[in-house]
Design a binder for this molecule. Structure first.
Ligand code: UDP
Length: 315
């Protein structure tokens, strides 16, 4: 049993991770300012004596009046439309936010965990497909996505520097596309967009020709991998994601099939510069080091996600 500070604990991933931590017997202090998180994601924890909430922008320095064993930095906007809508919040969550959370971990002699991303690989060329942790990435520093990509790259750098300079225990996960209940229906990402469109019988908006690929991991698999990594001895970044790779057109077709929607699929120009053409994790390291691999296939995970979004939007 231990004491955990988690930033972004009211977010999609952070709230699921908080649930897992509580189920494993930990005390959880959640710091969030709900820029993209939502109090409804943690409403079920009201009255749980092991859970507390701190309304805090973690990109501003703050202190915590309790001993801590783990400091987990999960707070960040994570959808491309949000990178355009709130670029400064996105940059500061990854940069100042990481500094502030590291400073707390250092002060408390706690283990630090960074939620990083496959976006640090940018738009990988075919010879770096699937993406291995040793690939150093292809990010356009001047593009609108780079507010996220470069902040997360910097976050990894500052985390490794604390590890080297202060011998701080640190863990870094690189999260690939993840989906599931508690995503904001209006977050603008592909799964939520397509599901909302299908449930409302509106056109499904494929960006470009829809041949770009992503690999989607269901949230319960993801938090299981994260929890194993936090407890492991691995000091270097580990990819966590589902290697099943789908084109966006295949994703649209699967969502149409599951929902039984009469929506048509339309193509519109790609609104986001530097959109990665293909993305798929190499999870050899997670398999070997963590004994982890995903268990939920896309159709099963989408069915659960669709039920959640149906409830949210009343369709
Ligand atoms: N996409 C799409 N239609 C939409 C939303 C997204 O075709 O309504 C595409 C998007 O251009 C990208 C892929 O789906 O190629 C995944 O986008 P998402 O925003 O979910 O996340 P990303 O993996 O790009 O961070």
């Amino acid at each position: 049993m231990s004491s955990v500070l988690i930033s972004g604990g009211a977010g999609f991933l952070g709230s699921h991770l908080s649930d897992l931590l509580l189920a494993e017997g930990h005390d959880v202090l959640c710091a969030d300012n709900c820029v993209t998180g939502r109090m409804q994601n943690i409403a079920h924890l009201d009255g749980n004596a092991k859970f507390s909430f701190l309304n805090q922008d973690v990109s501003k320095p703050f202190s915590v009046d309790r001993s801590l064993d783990y400091v987990l930095h999960m707070a960040s906007p994570a959808s491309p439309p949000d990178f355009k809508r709130i670029p400064f919040e996105t940059m500061t969550a990854g940069s100042y936010g990481t500094h502030n959370m590291l400073a707390i971990a250092h002060e408390k002699s706690a283990r630090f965990f960074l939620s990083s991303t496959s976006e640090i690989y940018g738009d990988p060329p075919p010879e770096h497909h699937p993406q291995v942790e040793s690939y150093s990435g292809n990010v356009n520093v001047l593009g609108t996505r780079s507010v996220y990509d470069e902040a997360k790259r910097y976050a990894e750098t500052v985390t490794m520097t604390y590890q080297r300079e202060y011998q701080l225990e640190t863990r870094i996960v690189r999260i690939f596309n993840t989906y599931g209940p508690r995503m904001r229906p209006d977050d603008g990402r592909v799964v939520t967009n397509f599901v909302c469109q299908a449930l409302r019988d509106e056109p499904i908006t494929l960006h470009g020709d829809g041949s770009q690929t992503r690999s989607f991991c269901f949230v319960s698999d993801l938090v299981d991998g994260i929890y194993r990594l936090i407890k492991s001895d691995e000091p270097l970044p580990v990819n966590i994601g589902n290697p099943g790779e789908f084109t966006m057109r295949e994703l649209a077709e699967m969502i149409l099939k599951i929902t039984g929607s009469s929506s048509e699929i339309i193509t519109i120009p790609q609104p986001f510069a530097d959109d990665p053409r293909q993305r798929k994790p190499d999870i050899t390291k997670a398999r070997n080091v963590l004994g982890w691999e995903p268990t939920i296939d896309l159709e099963t995970g989408l069915t659960k996600t669709i039920e959640y979004i149906r409830g949210e939007i009343g369709a």
